[in-house]
Design a protein around this ligand. Structure first.
Ligand SMILES: Nc1ncnc2c1ncn2[C@@H]1O[C@H](COP(=O)(O)OP(=O)(O)OP(=O)(O)O)[C@@H](O)[C@H]1O
Ligand SMILES: [Mg+2]
Length: 363
């Protein structure tokens, strides 16, 4: 496939958009700039406003205030089919009684594109998702992954400059999901289109995105690269949502240290000046310190409560001497296995000051 479907990619700009249903605020006043060709995921719990935000972009939800720009064009008042936006819904929304070709060309019909253009577009779209030759198949004769690709082809056939996807992989099993994630990444690269992708699966968002927008209660809490979200979470909500983290209440001692139940922990980064603070302990950042020399910074000790063998890694749960509970993850190689302890045995662990993350309580 040599043809690139989206030719002139544009960015998206959400300017002070909000959405109220009666007095209920589904979307707080929101600003977001998405660069041309960028892949941005919207990640958040159920009911946080993800579909509402996507609906405002797609034109299915009219914002209560604010405006939406596609490149330089204000599309706030344009109906969905005039917006140049391809959409993939969670349930595919394919027409079961129509064959693949009729499903995929549906947007061309809706947009009254000249019929002479259809065959070339259909071929390009099906080739793109590796379904060349499937045109005559009925939808019910396809696997879940193939149906998903039909939905993608249908979203791309009219060369949209922006593609919106609402949990497109949630109905698929784990293995197919992972295959489709990689395929979607390839498609994104090939298309060079701007993508906005809704998911509530943090691993999916971390794998696929240039940036992730974390939503909570109708608000964008933090919009950042996967790495920065993981290592520099803005607050306790983001920290609890990204990665395998335990949050423990701590007290600020000074700019570079906090107190955890009487143990002083040194932080490489400045401690926020908030009243309520949490230490964020990612289980992969906690190291077991069997031969810990006194003086090792941020050394904690406690008792193993449980060990879980999970194939590629082992997760060890422990209870610190003052009662706080943590977990650490070690690779299941010979070194990791040597750390395996029975419940009740004592264990010492350390968090490097560079990995000692302290965040304020979410508002
Ligand atoms: N048409 C509507 N009328 C009233 N309230 C609505 C309407 N649509 C959505 N809401 C409310 O707005 C909030 C956000 O809904 P939204 O569908 O955007 O959530 P979401 O983040 O997509 O959740 P999920 O992960 O479950 O799909 C929810 O509390 C929901 O009940
Ligand atoms: Mg939703």
């Amino acid at each position: 496939m040599s043809r690139t479907i989206a030719r002139d990619t544009v960015g998206v700009s959400i300017r002070a958009a909000s959405k109220f249903y009666g007095s209920f605020r589904a979307l707080d006043e929101t600003n977001l700039e998405v660069a041309p060709g960028e892949f941005v995921s919207i990640l958040g719990p159920s009911g946080s406003g993800k579909t509402t935000l996507l609906g405002i972009l797609g034109g299915f939800v009219q914002p209560t205030s604010g405006s939406i720009f596609l490149g330089q064009r204000d599309i706030t008042l344009e109906p969905p089919h005039k917006r140049d936006i391809g959409i993939v819904f969670q349930n595919y929304a394919l027409f079961p009684h129509m064959n693949v070709a009729d499903n995929v060309t549906f947007p061309l019909r809706a947009r009254r594109m000249p019929k002479s253009e259809w065959p070339a577009r259909l071929k390009a779209a099906l080739d793109m998702v590796e379904l060349g030759g499937f045109g005559e198949r009925k939808i019910h004769e396809l696997s879940g992954g193939q149906r998903q690709r039909v939905a993608l082809a249908r979203a791309m056939i009219f060369e949209p400059r922006l593609i919106l996807m609402d949990e497109p992989l949630s109905a698929l099993d784990k293995q197919l999901r992972e295959t489709m994630q990689i395929e979607l990444k390839h498609l994104h690269r090939k298309l060079a289109a701007t993508m906005i992708y809704v998911t509530h699966d943090q691993r999916e968002a971390l794998t696929m995105s240039d940036r992730i927008a974390i939503m909570n209660k109708g608000r964008l809490v933090q919009v950042d690269t996967p790495e920065r979200l993981h290592d520099n979470p803005a607050d306790s909500f983001v920290a609890g949502f990204i990665g395998e983290a335990t949050l423990l209440p701590v007290r600020r001692v000074d700019d570079r240290s906090v107190d955890l139940d009487g143990t002083r922990l040194v932080c490489a980064r400045a401690v926020p000046n908030d009243a309520e603070l949490f230490l964020v302990v990612h289980s992969e950042k906690l190291t077991a310190a069997p031969d810990a020399v006194p003086g090792t910074p941020n050394l904690l000790s406690g008792v193993v409560t449980e060990t879980l063998y999970q194939g590629e890694s082992i997760r060890i749960f422990l209870e610190l001497d003052r009662g706080a509970r943590l977990s650490l993850r070690v690779p299941s190689n010979h070194q990791g296995r040597s750390l395996l302890k029975a419940p009740g045995e004592r264990i010492a662990v350390a968090i490097h000051p560079d990995d000692t993350i302290v965040v304020p309580q979410a508002r």
